[in-house]
Design a protein around this ligand. Structure first.
Ligand code: HEC
Ligand code: HEC
Ligand code: HEC
Ligand code: HEC
Ligand code: HEC
Length: 224
């Protein structure tokens, strides 16, 4: 009797199942979402110019980040405040052409249809303000936005990602007055070894003691 086919079959199955399981695991959308970068309306919005080069604070536009469960994208009025015709003066190189969509939207009182990038599913709760106020920097969850001409998703936002931080938060905390200073956070804080991080007497351990509560890992804190 020739047993080779059976042996081959067993061998093939043993090798193929982990491959399929692996593909199923990695091919679920959450792994694709890292890098997700939808095309934005018209010429878009450039964080590298506004938050990087011009040094605008995130909260100038994202006014809710400390106060609400949901962060916000600014209304056209915020853009128009600078990009109204003649406002920035003759030195501004931003051509009329590039900012015309702002003036059109303002004139017709229609919101600019920015496309949403970061999304947590409805069945999970994510209180945005609790994190910002606890000293978790925008940098940790959104990456170096101040260097992004176009925003792309930096982290998976999966449950494992949430829990990795909740179980070991101190390595992710920054001094509260630096939460939106992404350049400083990247270079002066996370650029140093954890044992060398200190700012006005605050170390990672001391920052952990300022938390209102331990970050939860019980199911009902995020699913209810
Ligand atoms: C001048 C206004 C302005 C400033 C300042 C600004 N942003 Fe934005 N931000 C926007 C606009 C408009 C959008 C929507 C368009 C886009 O996604 O590019 C946006 C989108 C985002 C998004 C993606 C939102 C989503 O849909 O998931 C993140 C994250 C973000 N900003 C973080 C920051 C951070 C961090 C800073 C400070 C370093 C900052 N922004 C400064 C206007 C601003
Ligand atoms: C505090 C003032 C200010 C605000 C508010 C502001 N901008 Fe700007 N914006 C500037 C300046 C300054 C430049 C650069 C001018 C130059 O040197 O060309 C610029 C450049 C631009 C450009 C052209 C550069 C490029 O290629 O992207 C666009 C488009 C633009 N802004 C869109 C927006 C949008 C959309 C908003 C609102 C979410 C906004 N701006 C809010 C000051 C501002
Ligand atoms: C602990 C991680 C974390 C931190 C810290 C954080 N974010 Fe977010 N952010 C998220 C998640 C997750 C979402 C998607 C939330 C949702 O779907 O409800 C989000 C959504 C956003 C959005 C999209 C709002 C919209 O209209 O959909 C903006 C803008 C934003 N964040 C800006 C910021 C800024 C600015 C900071 C720093 C001041 C910051 N975030 C800090 C995780 C974080
Ligand atoms: C980088 C670190 C970090 C990440 C990532 C993170 N968290 Fe948190 N989370 C914290 C910290 C720190 C606290 C404690 C805040 C406090 O109360 O002082 C917290 C608190 C919470 C709370 C309780 C808030 C309250 O008011 O009781 C919820 C709910 C929560 N996180 C959900 C999430 C979810 C959902 C995600 C993933 C989408 C997530 N977190 C990702 C650090 C993080
Ligand atoms: C810190 C917040 C947090 C806690 C605590 C938490 N979850 Fe989740 N959970 C999430 C988020 C966020 C998602 C959505 C992940 C995504 O988009 O892929 C999720 C997704 C899920 C899913 C959907 C399947 C999947 O993996 O996509 C199930 C089922 C689930 N959680 C069950 C639980 C159970 C059971 C517990 C307690 C042992 C728990 N969760 C604790 C945040 C949390």
């Amino acid at each position: 009797m020739n047993s080779v086919p059976t042996v081959l079959l067993i061998g093939v199955h043993a090798a193929v199942i982990p491959v399929i399981a692996g593909m199923w695991y990695y091919a679920t959308p959450k792994f694709w979402e890292v890098g997700y970068m939808p095309t934005q309306p018209s010429t878009g919005f450039n964080h590298q110019i506004h938050a990087g080069k011009l040094g605008m604070d995130c909260r100038y536009c994202h006014t809710n980040v400390e106060d609400s469960w949901h962060a916000n994208v600014p209304p056209v009025q915020t853009c128009f405040g600078c990009h109204e015709e003649g406002k920035l003066g003759p030195t501004a190189t931003a051509t009329t052409e590039k900012v015309q969509f702002i003036r059109d939207a303002y004139a017709t009182d229609t919101p600019i249809p920015w496309r949403n990038i970061h999304v947590v599913p409805d069945y999970a709760t994510f209180p945005h303000n609790a994190h910002v106020n606890a000293g978790v920097s925008c940098y940790t969850c959104h990456g170096a936005i101040n260097n992004m001409p176009v925003v792309a998703q930096a982290e998976s936002l999966s449950m494992g990602w949430c829990l990795d931080c909740h179980r070991n938060p101190e390595k992710n905390l920054v001094p509260k007055d630096k939460v939106t200073d992404l350049y400083w956070v990247q270079n002066e804080w996370f650029g140093k070894d954890a044992s060398e991080r200190v700012h006005e007497g605050m170390t990672p351990e001391a920052l952990k003691d300022t938390l209102l509560r331990d970050p939860p890992d019980n199911c009902s804190a995020c699913h209810f």
